[in-house]
Design a protein around this ligand. Structure first.
Ligand code: SAH
Ligand code: SF4
Ligand code: F3S
Length: 481
């Protein structure tokens, strides 16, 4: 049996990467102007967090970030494989980037992330995209400095999509976070759930949790650096710690992190219903910094489909779970993911999904048409529903949710909420609502008031609502410490 106990990449291996960074940095310092890098990210928050690591390494090598790919010396495309649409977009954009290389042959084009972790995709790049220099999978991210140095020293094209049966975690590499008061904080990587439609477990490997002291240390650094809104990340945060064997679960981790002093708030994603617990909701309800926000994907409201999906819960147990969460946190902001048109889904199955949407009263839904992923069990399941029927179901679902959204947004009229101001609103010129921000639940609020500053928590009274945003008047300083 393979031992899934997480272990860290050795200090020597990390030191080697830091040495490669140093070599490139010395080389870049000799250039008349600093070279530039451009990153594009597809996919979920995990990928955004990974790109921040790549950006951190490049910045330490002396590259400066540009928002214009045409100007870049190094281009990195971090890819997603979750649906076919995501993969098509990546290939579309690669045509443009490789074209840049016609006039600037010295640039280095890199592809990484979930999509390239698949053998057939790496093969396709090898054959059809000869101008791509480096392809590295999700497990090789920490080796990027070494791979880049090798290529710049004249090595032939590099393809490294090795797997990682040991579940290694790399600590101690630099990170350059995107601007603003929000930060991602990965607490675990990979997924063990093998939902039958999903490619993630194949491209991200087995679940492995970071050590609690490493997570806490990073949280303390983030708070000290002034970050106010911190999202803990994992494909299934509720199974945090299972691989560590230290008797600590996700609720325990949250309790420990919540004790870190400072003015900030904590949220997390994604939760899997099969591991979400009463204990978790109690910790959320009693926390000081923990937002009453829960993203709890249910995917389908049919027990038959849930079984075929290998989700490990029923419609009834799921509904009981959200009822519990709402009774512990009456102000909970709840969202979910749904797949429409899973192989064999009948109209009756779909009615079950609509029923959960009606009963769940979600603040936000992320709805997807099923996309066949080769290598997953669902790819071989019979599927005789026409594309048109699936699209019709999808449209009906959107319509239902729009009505619910409208009602839920309207219910915030005249309520008082705490908002973290995180930017200027780019609405109509002359609008009084000059700033924008998010509530604890993650709802978008446009704010008017005097002396509003980005990074401030303020209390607002909601004076208007629309489908997409709430409009609030600032009434004083809010607090989250
Ligand atoms: N780990 C998270 C979700 C990761 S993927 C969780 O389990 O909740 C994000 C969402 O993409 C999933 O919740 C699912 O709704 C959707 N998704 C995943 N694979 C898909 C596929 N093959 N076709 C359509 N949607 C898919
Ligand atoms: Fe995919 Fe399921 Fe894992 Fe989420 S829990 S990443 S949907 S296999
Ligand atoms: Fe996509 Fe990988 Fe995330 S497949 S959704 S980027 S884990």
């Amino acid at each position: 049996m393979i031992d899934f106990t997480s272990r860290q990449v050795s200090k020597t291996d990390i030191a080697h990467q830091l040495d490669c960074i140093e070599q490139l940095s010395r080389r870049n310092a000799l250039r008349p102007e600093p070279p530039r890098f451009y990153c594009q990210t597809f996919g979920c928050q995990q990928n955004e967090a990974d790109t921040e690591r790549i950006a951190g390494m490049l910045a330490q090598m002396g590259y400066v970030r540009t928002q214009d790919a045409v100007q870049a010396d190094v281009i990195v495309v971090n890819t997603c494989a979750v649906r076919e649409h995501a993969e098509k977009r990546v290939f579309g954009i690669m045509g443009q980037y490789t074209h840049i290389k016609e006039t600037r042959p010295d640039i280095t084009i890199c592809m990484c992330g979930c999509m390239v972790q698949q053998e057939h995709i790496a093969e396709k790049i090898k054959k059809s995209y000869p101008r791509v220099d480096i392809v590295f999978g999700t497990h090789m991210l920490w080796r990027f400095p070494e791979l880049l140095l090798r290529r710049l020293n004249g090595s032939k094209r590099i393809f490294d999509i090795s797997g990682d049966p040991k579940g290694e975690i790399a600590e101690g590499l630099p990170v350059q976070r995107d601007e603003g008061c929000h930060a991602w904080l990965s607490i675990m990587y990979g997924c063990n759930n093998f939902c039958t439609y999903c490619i993630v477990p194949y491209v991200r490997g087995r679940e492995r949790s970071r050590q609690p002291e490493d997570i806490e240390a990073e949280l303390r650094q983030l708070v000290a650096a002034g970050y106010k809104d911190i999202t803990l990340l994992g494909q299934n945060v509720n199974s945090y710690g299972k691989d560590l064997n230290i008797g600590m679960d996700f609720a325990d981790l949250l309790t420990r992190l919540d004790a870190v002093p400072g003015e900030y708030r904590l949220r997390f994603m994604t939760s899997h219903p099969k591991d979400a617990s009463k204990k978790l909701f109690a910790v959320m309800a009693g926390g000081k910094h923990i937002c009453h926000q829960l993203h709890l994907p249910f995917q389908s409201g049919s027990d038959a489909v849930l079984k075929k999906m290998n989700r490990g819960y029923t419609k009834q147990s799921y509904l009981a779970l959200i009822e519990q969460a709402r009774s512990d946190m009456p102000d909970l902001v709840l969202s979910s993911d749904i797949i429409v048109g899973f192989p064999g889904e009948t109209e009756e199955d779909f009615q079950g999904t609509l029923d959960v949407v009606r009963q769940g009263q979600y603040d936000q839904l992320y709805t997807f048409l099923y996309s066949r992923r080769s290598g997953t069990p669902a790819a071989d399941m019979p599927d005789d529903t026409t594309a048109q029927e699936k699209q019709d179901r999808f449209n009906r679902l959107l319509q239902l949710q729009e009505t619910i959204n409208q009602q839920r947004q309207a219910a915030y009229q005249d309520r008082q909420l705490t908002v973290l101001i995180d930017g200027l609103s780019n609405g109509k010129q002359g609008s009084e609502y000059t700033h924008c921000g998010r509530t604890d639940g993650g709802l978008l609020v446009l704010v008017r008031g005097k002396n509003l500053n980005i990074g401030d928590f303020v209390d607002v009274i909601i004076e208007q609502t629309s489908l997409r945003a709430l409009y609030g008047r600032e009434i004083g300083k809010g607090y989250h410490g």
